[in-house]
Design a protein. Structure first.
Length: 266
Protein backbone atom coordinates (compact mmCIF):
# COMPACT_ATOMS: atom_id res chain seq x y z
CA UNK A 1 0.00 0.00 0.00
CA UNK A 2 0.93 3.68 -0.19
CA UNK A 3 3.07 5.43 2.39
CA UNK A 4 1.69 8.30 4.48
CA UNK A 5 3.06 11.03 2.21
CA UNK A 6 1.51 9.45 -0.90
CA UNK A 7 -1.85 9.22 0.86
CA UNK A 8 -1.72 12.86 1.87
CA UNK A 9 -0.98 13.85 -1.72
CA UNK A 10 -4.02 11.88 -2.89
CA UNK A 11 -6.15 13.53 -0.20
CA UNK A 12 -5.07 16.97 -1.41
CA UNK A 13 -6.09 16.01 -4.95
CA UNK A 14 -9.54 14.94 -3.74
CA UNK A 15 -9.96 18.10 -1.67
CA UNK A 16 -9.01 20.18 -4.72
CA UNK A 17 -11.73 18.38 -6.67
CA UNK A 18 -14.22 19.15 -3.89
CA UNK A 19 -13.38 22.86 -4.02
CA UNK A 20 -13.92 22.85 -7.79
CA UNK A 21 -17.50 21.67 -7.36
CA UNK A 22 -18.61 25.29 -7.30
CA UNK A 23 -21.81 24.96 -9.24
CA UNK A 24 -24.22 22.51 -10.76
CA UNK A 25 -23.56 20.35 -13.74
CA UNK A 26 -25.14 21.68 -16.94
CA UNK A 27 -28.22 19.48 -16.82
CA UNK A 28 -28.77 20.20 -13.14
CA UNK A 29 -28.84 23.92 -13.96
CA UNK A 30 -31.61 23.23 -16.46
CA UNK A 31 -33.39 21.27 -13.77
CA UNK A 32 -33.63 24.36 -11.58
CA UNK A 33 -36.08 25.98 -13.99
CA UNK A 34 -39.63 26.26 -12.64
CA UNK A 35 -41.01 22.80 -11.99
CA UNK A 36 -44.52 24.03 -12.73
CA UNK A 37 -43.58 24.23 -16.42
CA UNK A 38 -42.12 20.72 -16.30
CA UNK A 39 -45.28 19.51 -14.62
CA UNK A 40 -47.36 20.80 -17.53
CA UNK A 41 -45.12 19.42 -20.25
CA UNK A 42 -44.35 15.99 -18.86
CA UNK A 43 -47.04 13.37 -19.60
CA UNK A 44 -48.82 11.99 -16.55
CA UNK A 45 -47.75 8.38 -17.12
CA UNK A 46 -44.07 9.43 -17.15
CA UNK A 47 -44.53 11.36 -13.91
CA UNK A 48 -46.16 8.27 -12.43
CA UNK A 49 -43.18 6.17 -13.56
CA UNK A 50 -40.81 8.49 -11.70
CA UNK A 51 -42.97 8.36 -8.56
CA UNK A 52 -42.86 4.55 -8.70
CA UNK A 53 -39.08 4.76 -8.80
CA UNK A 54 -39.12 6.87 -5.65
CA UNK A 55 -40.97 4.08 -3.88
CA UNK A 56 -38.49 1.53 -5.23
CA UNK A 57 -35.61 3.61 -3.87
CA UNK A 58 -37.17 3.30 -0.42
CA UNK A 59 -36.97 -0.48 -0.83
CA UNK A 60 -33.39 -0.20 -2.08
CA UNK A 61 -32.33 1.80 0.97
CA UNK A 62 -34.00 -0.70 3.27
CA UNK A 63 -32.87 -4.03 1.82
CA UNK A 64 -31.34 -3.54 -1.63
CA UNK A 65 -34.29 -4.97 -3.52
CA UNK A 66 -33.92 -5.73 -7.20
CA UNK A 67 -31.26 -3.04 -7.67
CA UNK A 68 -28.68 -4.75 -5.42
CA UNK A 69 -25.70 -5.99 -7.46
CA UNK A 70 -24.26 -9.49 -7.15
CA UNK A 71 -21.26 -8.94 -4.88
CA UNK A 72 -19.37 -12.07 -5.93
CA UNK A 73 -19.74 -11.31 -9.65
CA UNK A 74 -18.57 -7.73 -9.10
CA UNK A 75 -15.51 -8.93 -7.16
CA UNK A 76 -14.76 -11.26 -10.09
CA UNK A 77 -14.95 -8.24 -12.42
CA UNK A 78 -12.36 -6.52 -10.20
CA UNK A 79 -10.10 -9.57 -10.52
CA UNK A 80 -10.51 -9.55 -14.30
CA UNK A 81 -9.92 -5.79 -14.60
CA UNK A 82 -6.65 -6.02 -12.64
CA UNK A 83 -5.58 -9.22 -14.46
CA UNK A 84 -5.15 -11.12 -11.19
CA UNK A 85 -4.45 -14.85 -11.29
CA UNK A 86 -5.52 -15.83 -7.79
CA UNK A 87 -9.08 -15.68 -6.48
CA UNK A 88 -9.97 -12.72 -4.29
CA UNK A 89 -12.81 -11.65 -2.00
CA UNK A 90 -14.12 -8.27 -0.91
CA UNK A 91 -11.83 -8.15 2.14
CA UNK A 92 -8.79 -8.64 -0.11
CA UNK A 93 -9.72 -5.56 -2.14
CA UNK A 94 -9.44 -3.39 0.98
CA UNK A 95 -5.67 -3.87 0.88
CA UNK A 96 -5.15 -3.05 -2.80
CA UNK A 97 -3.35 0.15 -3.70
CA UNK A 98 -5.50 3.26 -4.17
CA UNK A 99 -4.27 3.45 -7.76
CA UNK A 100 -5.57 -0.07 -8.44
CA UNK A 101 -8.90 0.78 -6.84
CA UNK A 102 -9.20 3.96 -8.88
CA UNK A 103 -8.30 2.14 -12.11
CA UNK A 104 -11.02 -0.44 -11.49
CA UNK A 105 -13.63 2.16 -10.53
CA UNK A 106 -12.93 4.23 -13.65
CA UNK A 107 -13.22 1.13 -15.83
CA UNK A 108 -16.60 0.32 -14.28
CA UNK A 109 -17.82 3.89 -14.81
CA UNK A 110 -16.63 3.96 -18.43
CA UNK A 111 -18.38 0.67 -19.18
CA UNK A 112 -21.68 1.75 -17.64
CA UNK A 113 -21.53 5.16 -19.34
CA UNK A 114 -21.13 3.40 -22.67
CA UNK A 115 -24.06 1.09 -21.96
CA UNK A 116 -26.18 4.06 -20.87
CA UNK A 117 -25.26 5.89 -24.08
CA UNK A 118 -26.37 2.96 -26.23
CA UNK A 119 -29.54 2.54 -24.23
CA UNK A 120 -30.34 6.27 -24.42
CA UNK A 121 -29.93 6.22 -28.19
CA UNK A 122 -32.12 3.14 -28.53
CA UNK A 123 -34.96 4.34 -26.31
CA UNK A 124 -34.59 7.93 -27.53
CA UNK A 125 -35.25 6.91 -31.12
CA UNK A 126 -38.93 6.45 -30.38
CA UNK A 127 -39.25 9.74 -28.54
CA UNK A 128 -42.03 9.93 -25.99
CA UNK A 129 -43.25 6.42 -26.83
CA UNK A 130 -40.13 4.69 -25.50
CA UNK A 131 -39.24 7.22 -22.80
CA UNK A 132 -41.06 5.31 -20.06
CA UNK A 133 -38.76 2.35 -20.75
CA UNK A 134 -35.60 4.44 -20.45
CA UNK A 135 -36.38 5.98 -17.05
CA UNK A 136 -36.17 2.83 -14.87
CA UNK A 137 -33.25 1.51 -16.93
CA UNK A 138 -31.07 4.59 -16.40
CA UNK A 139 -32.02 4.60 -12.73
CA UNK A 140 -30.85 1.01 -12.46
CA UNK A 141 -27.58 1.74 -14.26
CA UNK A 142 -26.97 4.68 -11.93
CA UNK A 143 -27.33 2.55 -8.81
CA UNK A 144 -25.30 -0.30 -10.30
CA UNK A 145 -22.48 2.09 -11.21
CA UNK A 146 -22.22 3.46 -7.67
CA UNK A 147 -22.37 -0.02 -6.15
CA UNK A 148 -19.58 -1.32 -8.38
CA UNK A 149 -17.45 1.71 -7.51
CA UNK A 150 -18.04 0.85 -3.85
CA UNK A 151 -16.82 -2.72 -4.42
CA UNK A 152 -13.78 -1.37 -6.30
CA UNK A 153 -12.78 0.38 -3.06
CA UNK A 154 -13.55 -2.65 -0.90
CA UNK A 155 -16.94 -1.58 0.48
CA UNK A 156 -19.93 -3.91 0.70
CA UNK A 157 -23.12 -2.70 -1.06
CA UNK A 158 -25.16 -5.28 0.85
CA UNK A 159 -24.66 -3.17 4.01
CA UNK A 160 -27.45 -0.67 4.55
CA UNK A 161 -25.06 2.07 5.66
CA UNK A 162 -23.27 1.76 2.31
CA UNK A 163 -26.53 2.13 0.41
CA UNK A 164 -27.22 5.29 2.40
CA UNK A 165 -23.78 6.58 1.41
CA UNK A 166 -24.60 5.80 -2.24
CA UNK A 167 -27.83 7.80 -2.05
CA UNK A 168 -25.78 10.69 -0.67
CA UNK A 169 -23.50 10.40 -3.71
CA UNK A 170 -26.56 10.85 -5.91
CA UNK A 171 -27.69 13.75 -3.73
CA UNK A 172 -24.27 15.38 -4.07
CA UNK A 173 -24.45 15.12 -7.86
CA UNK A 174 -27.65 17.17 -8.08
CA UNK A 175 -26.99 19.65 -5.24
CA UNK A 176 -25.86 23.26 -5.50
CA UNK A 177 -22.64 24.43 -3.81
CA UNK A 178 -24.36 24.95 -0.45
CA UNK A 179 -25.81 21.45 -0.59
CA UNK A 180 -22.48 19.95 -1.62
CA UNK A 181 -20.71 21.54 1.35
CA UNK A 182 -23.41 20.32 3.72
CA UNK A 183 -23.14 16.76 2.39
CA UNK A 184 -19.34 16.72 2.66
CA UNK A 185 -19.57 17.97 6.22
CA UNK A 186 -22.22 15.40 7.04
CA UNK A 187 -20.17 12.56 5.59
CA UNK A 188 -17.08 13.65 7.53
CA UNK A 189 -19.02 13.74 10.79
CA UNK A 190 -20.58 10.35 9.98
CA UNK A 191 -17.10 8.84 9.57
CA UNK A 192 -16.09 10.17 12.96
CA UNK A 193 -19.21 8.63 14.47
CA UNK A 194 -18.44 5.21 13.02
CA UNK A 195 -20.81 4.83 10.12
CA UNK A 196 -23.75 6.21 8.16
CA UNK A 197 -26.64 5.15 10.33
CA UNK A 198 -29.47 7.14 8.80
CA UNK A 199 -30.59 9.22 5.87
CA UNK A 200 -32.79 12.20 6.63
CA UNK A 201 -35.10 13.76 4.08
CA UNK A 202 -34.28 11.31 1.30
CA UNK A 203 -37.63 11.88 -0.39
CA UNK A 204 -36.79 15.57 -0.69
CA UNK A 205 -33.48 14.50 -2.21
CA UNK A 206 -35.27 12.54 -4.88
CA UNK A 207 -37.88 15.22 -5.44
CA UNK A 208 -34.97 17.35 -6.64
CA UNK A 209 -33.52 14.39 -8.53
CA UNK A 210 -36.92 13.82 -10.15
CA UNK A 211 -37.12 17.42 -11.34
CA UNK A 212 -33.66 17.28 -12.88
CA UNK A 213 -34.37 13.89 -14.40
CA UNK A 214 -37.64 15.11 -15.86
CA UNK A 215 -35.98 18.01 -17.64
CA UNK A 216 -33.39 15.73 -19.19
CA UNK A 217 -36.11 13.45 -20.46
CA UNK A 218 -38.12 16.31 -21.99
CA UNK A 219 -35.38 16.69 -24.59
CA UNK A 220 -35.66 12.99 -25.31
CA UNK A 221 -39.34 13.18 -26.25
CA UNK A 222 -38.64 14.21 -29.84
CA UNK A 223 -38.74 11.15 -32.12
CA UNK A 224 -35.45 10.34 -33.89
CA UNK A 225 -33.76 13.54 -32.61
CA UNK A 226 -34.37 12.09 -29.14
CA UNK A 227 -31.82 9.41 -30.04
CA UNK A 228 -29.02 12.01 -29.98
CA UNK A 229 -30.31 13.69 -26.83
CA UNK A 230 -30.88 10.36 -25.13
CA UNK A 231 -27.40 9.02 -25.89
CA UNK A 232 -25.67 12.19 -24.69
CA UNK A 233 -27.79 12.71 -21.58
CA UNK A 234 -27.58 9.14 -20.35
CA UNK A 235 -23.82 8.98 -20.84
CA UNK A 236 -23.34 12.33 -19.10
CA UNK A 237 -25.57 11.36 -16.18
CA UNK A 238 -23.60 8.15 -15.48
CA UNK A 239 -20.22 9.87 -15.88
CA UNK A 240 -21.28 12.61 -13.45
CA UNK A 241 -22.56 10.33 -10.71
CA UNK A 242 -19.67 7.92 -11.30
CA UNK A 243 -17.14 10.71 -10.81
CA UNK A 244 -18.76 11.73 -7.54
CA UNK A 245 -18.87 8.14 -6.24
CA UNK A 246 -15.26 7.56 -7.29
CA UNK A 247 -13.96 10.64 -5.48
CA UNK A 248 -16.04 10.23 -2.31
CA UNK A 249 -15.27 6.52 -1.92
CA UNK A 250 -11.61 7.16 -2.61
CA UNK A 251 -11.58 9.85 0.05
CA UNK A 252 -13.02 7.44 2.60
CA UNK A 253 -10.40 4.82 1.86
CA UNK A 254 -7.55 7.37 1.89
CA UNK A 255 -8.67 8.83 5.23
CA UNK A 256 -8.96 5.37 6.75
CA UNK A 257 -5.40 4.53 5.73
CA UNK A 258 -4.06 7.84 6.99
CA UNK A 259 -5.70 7.08 10.34
CA UNK A 260 -4.02 3.67 10.36
CA UNK A 261 -0.62 5.28 9.83
CA UNK A 262 -1.08 8.03 12.39
CA UNK A 263 -2.48 5.53 14.88
CA UNK A 264 0.65 3.42 14.57
CA UNK A 265 2.85 6.49 15.07
CA UNK A 266 1.06 7.31 18.32
Amino acid sequence: MENLEQLRIKLKTIEKWEKNQKGLFFWEKIGRLPFVLLDKLTPKYIQEKIHILLDEIAVYIDNGGKYLVNKEKTVHKVKKELSLQEDINLDDIKYFSIDSMEKTAEAFIKNHAKNAQIQGATTGFGGIFTLAVDIPLIFGITLKTIQEVAVAYGYDPSNKEERIFMIKCMQFTSSDIVGKKAILNELTNAREEEGFAQLQGWREVFASYRDNFGWKKLFQMIPVAGMIFGAYMNKTAIKDVGEVANMLYQKRRVLERIEQYTGKEE
